[in-house]
Design a protein. Sequence first.
Length: 204
Amino acid sequence: MELDHALLHLKKDDKLRPVIEKAIFPQFNPTGNVYFELLDSVVSQQLSTKVARIIFNRFCTIFPDNYPRPELLAQLQPEQLRQVGLSGQKASYLQNIATFALTNQLEHYPWSQKSDEEIIQFLTSIKGVGRWTVQMMLMFTLGRPDVFPTDDLGIRQAMVALYGLKSKGSLLKKDMEIIAEPWKPYRSVASWYLWRWKENKIVF
């Protein structure tokens, strides 16, 4: 993805332009390791960043080289996972991911050959993995440029503030999608800037 081309395109939006000009684009390197990032995401659900990091690190220490290989994770007793601070439900979800990874060779899956929606449908078949989680994988793990997570609270709050949206529920989601339509094919980039703008409370 050519970031300069994406920003030139997105700056056509008069509301988004000053966000782009004020916020600094986040630096990250998509790892492509969907299996590992799914585990991390499930552990992080409903926890603070600090607590989630502690528990995930403890979880990884169970395994050789601190890497939860799916064939090992699938064979663990649930009690071993609960001992590192995981709930019974999360332990179950992690083992669901491991079993799915083994069945579908997830660590060697041809992600580049699949569309965003195909990947969403594929991964949300895992119990414990929802659409928002997969959208985060697409954006941050696979570096897909045109993902728009309308269910993300941060994106919703940023767009309500920036565009003065008054609608609620499904109508708000529809309004967001209408606004974001011209951002294609760079809706991920727009979302990254909206997150950064909201997090840093940047004023114009």
